[in-house]
Design a protein around this ligand. Structure first.
Ligand code: ADP
Length: 487
């Protein structure tokens, strides 16, 4: 529709200059600066070298002529011509000799039309004031060096005339022009090659970045199974690799979340359906006797209790998942927590005809949340009683071993088959559903234990007991001060 900007266009507008443009611009500027330097510096240095040579050559030639003329008593056109015939001077483009007033007495320009005229040249004026003078200029247009020098002729301390030399050199000019053309052609080739490389490089780089951005958009849209093909071994390949690992994690988490929600709703639906059925039976049967009604009401009560237990456990798991603990970690003696917990479990053990044996060592002080430790010990010991046999026993021991505090809960119960052992810590996993349900289990106890152990920096593992039953072991790092005290 006219006048509306799509979110994608809006994003593009906000983004400003593209990375590709920036890379290309930086490289182009850099190359241009480099080529400018390459094209100007050698030309400038060569030109300066030619200037210096010209200066030495012209000034020494001027000095030779002026010192020969200084021997003359008076500078006249004839006397100067005679001296010049005797002198073997390297030919220059033009040579003028003037008297003390600046009148031309000698001119290599044989036309002779300038003889007797005043030389209105700044170089001559400077030489007549007694100063040697030199100038040199390179003309790019003509490809030639034009050098001029003027030297005073001195006799008895006074300036009697001036020698003016003019040199127009196209030979050196040609060398400089050739150098300039060669540099320019090479630079042109270099610039074209650079431009092509920059174009290819920036296109490849931005193509890969665009692919990453597109992949992020796909995953953001909810497709966690998307993976980027990893090309090469550079930083972008590393980024793609990390992206794939990240999406893999997201996929696992999403799958776990989905399974958790479906398992949780299933678990909640069962007691709710039972409550519904029982309450319907009460309301629909008009002549129910008081005893049956009380029995139904008791059943409703126990199902509600079960619902409450499940929701409490779900909340505990959610808290552990989020990593927000309203329970502070502190130095806790595990023995105190274990004694308090077992005290509460004694009635259940007595009802099941199970004996609890304890072997608590000293010095098991760990940095943990006392409430989490309580959950861990309670759930493990409760399971050891629940899944035991009448007349069986539960041995709970606690000792400091090396830098760890080790808690073991061993029972003489029904045991866990090997295939189920690695799954018992999964949420809602139950080896024997009927037995777990009958004993009020939800399949969440060991999941809570595992998360609580991890949240407090510990480790947990399960193994079969040698004769019969199961052993759960938990290890926590001992508090620093405790370790020092023992050594
Ligand atoms: P539940 O609430 O069902 O006890 P848990 O997460 O505590 O859930 O335990 C998961 C499953 O592991 C139990 O259903 C049970 O089958 C098995 N289990 C746990 N502890 C023991 C044990 N000490 N002996 C035998 N089986 C056990």
């Amino acid at each position: 529709m006219w006048g509306t900007i799509s979110a994608r266009d809006e994003k593009k507008r906000r983004r400003g200059l593209s990375l590709r443009f920036k890379i290309a611009a930086v490289f182009t500027l850099f190359t241009a600066a480099l080529l400018l330097g390459v094209n100007t510096y050698p030309i400038m240095t060569s030109r300066d070298m030619v200037y210096a040579t010209k200066k030495t050559a012209l000034q020494s030639q001027g000095s030779v002529v002026s010192s020969s003329l200084s021997a003359l008593e008076e500078l006249t056109a004839d006397s100067v011509s005679r001296v010049m015939e005797l002198l073997d001077v390297t030919p220059v483009t033009r040579m003028l000799v003037t008297d003390g007033a600046g009148r031309i007495l000698y001119d290599t320009d044989r036309s002779g039309s300038n003889l007797g005229r005043y030389a209105l040249l700044s170089g001559v004026a400077s030489a007549l004031e007694g100063n040697a003078w030199f100038t040199c200029a390179y003309s790019y247009a003509d490809g030639a060096f034009a050098s001029r020098s003027a030297t005073p002729v001195m006799a008895g301390g006074t300036v009697t005339g001036a020698v003016y030399l003019y040199d127009y050199d196209t030979e050196q000019g040609d060398i400089i022009a050739g150098l300039r053309d060669n540099l320019f052609n090479m630079s042109l080739l270099f610039a074209v090659a650079c431009f092509l490389i920059i174009a290819v490089l920036s296109a490849t780089m931005t193509r890969r970045i665009k692919r990453l951005t597109a992949a992020v958009e796909v995953v953001r849209g909810g497709d966690y199974s998307y993976r980027i093909p990893v090309e090469g071994r550079d930083e972008l390949a590393e980024l793609s690799d990390e992206f794939n690992v990240l999406t893999g994690r997201l996929e696992d988490t999403e799958e776990a979340r989905r399974r958790f929600v479906s398992d949780a709703s299933h678990e909640l639906r069962t007691p709710l359906a039972a409550i519904r059925l029982l309450s319907d039976s009460i309301t629909q049967s008009g002549d129910m006797d008081a005893d049956t009604m009380r029995e139904f009401a008791q059943d409703i009560g126990s199902e509600a209790e079960r619902l409450q237990r499940i929701t409490e456990k779900l909340m505990t798991l959610t808290r552990l998942d989020a990593g927000v603990s309203n329970r502070q970690r502190e130095s806790v003696d595990m023995k105190d927590v274990a004694e308090r917990t077992l005290h509460l479990l004694q009635p259940l053990a007595a009802a099941q005809n199970v004996t609890i044996v304890t072997a608590f060592g000293e010095g098991c002080v760990v940095s943990a949340s006392a409430d989490d430790l309580y959950q861990i010990i309670f759930n493990l010991a409760e399971n050891a009683v629940k899944y035991n046999i009448p007349g069986g026993s539960v041995t709970i021991s606690l000792k400091a071993a090396g830098s760890k505090a080790l808690l073991t809960v061993a029972d003489t119960g029904i045991g866990i088959p090997e295939a189920d052992r690695e799954h018992v810590f999964d949420r809602f996993y139950r080896v024997d559903k009927a037995r777990s349900r009958a004993s009020g289990g939800s399949g969440l106890g060991l999941a809570i234990v595992r998360d609580a152990v991890a949240a407090n920096g510990g480790e947990i593992w399960v193994a079969p007991r040698a004769e019969r039953g199961t052993v759960f072991s938990v290890a926590f790092p001992l508090c620093q001060t405790e370790k020092e005290g023992r050594t």
